[in-house]
Design a protein around this ligand. Sequence first.
Ligand code: TXA
Ligand code: MG
Length: 312
Amino acid sequence: MRAILEEAAAALRAGRLVAFPTETVYGLGADARSDAAVARIFEAKGRPADHPLIVHLPSADAAEGWARALTQEARALLAAFAPGPLTVIVQKRDDVPAAVTGGQPTVGLRVPDHPVALGLLEAFGDGVAAPSANRFGSVSPTTAAHVALELGDRVELILDGGACRVGVESTIVDVSRGAPRILRPGGVTREAIEECLGVPVPLAQDPSVRVPGSLASHYAPRAEVRAVARRDVEAEVRAAAGRRVVVLGPEVEGAAHLPLPEEPSAQAARLYAALREVDARGFEVAIVALPEPRGLGLAIADRLRRAAAPRG
Ligand code: TXA
Ligand code: MG
């Protein structure tokens, strides 16, 4: 492992792209201090260049090298959830490349909780900019095989750390100005963030903040996704009669069935692989029940709604 991590760190230093596992989803990493290396990420993903990237760090202490000032809230969140599935948005230092921040005065920082990610970050010794390792708009990868399918010929190296434990992306909390807000629900629950900060933390709906994950149609497979209340699943199956329909979760007469665990953390861990399987098996319509929007269910419901949103 040591040797492969050194090789990966050397590739990053040479300005190349390295895909790596985290506890949430696989990331597509580049040297965050290099405009040219970061530009390769956008090219490989097919993502608009003004979208900001998260900088991954080996420890919470390393945040000082990227943040202009860490607010009390930023410190509390990092102390509680780094390493972990959390990203804090803070005011950036002047020397943070604009390519990383999409020209915004803030930067997103995260310490992933995965031995391979941490090993890579320690071997590299500085920040690694990394979006999820998928083509823009598609489902995030939770195995090395998913990355290879989408980006295999566009990256120098794919580190294989097995299937991601959490399975949905990090929770993004903006503590850069004013009261803290959640820009994207994710692996750390809103309840845990509120308990840490001791105040209610609303979900942001400010459309002026550029968060690709907040575009309506995102995290989407090719198949049409219908995310509905549990009690409406059977009616939805009847409405889609005549098409190749699959239900994720319960078995329903008149549709194929792809198992999806009920328990929220198990469901999150399986969700993206299940959406990929819908396409791999050639289904036209995938019907799935929305979970209760609390705990990890909030992030799952958010991703399902985006997968189900009208396509542009
Ligand atoms: O779990 C994760 O966060 C994964 C793994 C690889 O760490 N990464 C990830 O990156 O999901 P990405 O690029 O797919 O999504 C990051 C989100 C984007 O929606 C981006 O706009 C937002 O974070 N973001 C990054 N920096 C920001 C900033 N300064 N202000 C507002 N949003 C920001
Ligand atoms: Mg993404």
